[in-house]
Write a protein of this length. Sequence first.
Length: 277
Amino acid sequence: MSRLLEELSGPAVARTLTADSVLVLPTGAIEHHGDHLPLATDRIMAESVATAAVERAVARGVDAWLLHPLAYTKSDEHSWAPGTMWLSGETLMATLVDLGRSVAMTPARKLVFLNGHGGNVALLQVALRELRRRFGLQTFLMGFPVPAGDGDAGPDELGYGIHGGHGETSLMMHLRPDLVDLGRAERRVPDHLTAYPRIGFHSKPVIMGWLSSDFHPDGVIGDPTGANAAYGAAIFAAAVEESARSFEEIARFDPAPPMSRASGEPTGDIPGGTRQA
């Protein structure tokens, strides 16, 4: 049986889904990834991991369903590059709210964003609460690690292998080798940024606003030159297993205290099925 929700009829959705169903929306991007990777890199990665992880979770008893991927998202850090297709934060948030409203018209109450593009993270975090508050959905955001090269597993990217680098290129060589041109790959690690140990990307104490062209005119941040499909296969296997395990936990997640449910005491519900923090 297909787990693509769009392949069901409307009445079949109403008959098949329940409050325990987990709907998974892959969120990627269509954006510049240098001269060696396709624009669809983030969409392909997110959709591939989500598809395989849903299948694995279903085999373990989870009622998981895959929604059509959201490809056009918040990619303004690459807005300078031809081919990048990006939405403003306001447009993407409005889109997510409309999709949440649509999900709320089904019996399902669990919606997961499986994200493959770092530029989406902050806005998706805001959307989680917006959809929870407006529509009573249980909402979740998850991604999958694509490690930077550390000198052992790939070239040392000094923690900056975040865009078109060793990990992403290896993963794409596993998923879609026909779309990778390693002959055009070049090392683009911003070595000079090691002089600023507190300022950087997600793991640093000070996060900066940036455009990908800030670091090099070709917009790559990392070293894809040593990428290989075997390493990409290992990244993919780990991502699928971790995602499937997360779906299992999401399926049984309930934030309400068990004693409150058993006693029938109020648990903070407000009209519309939402819960006060």
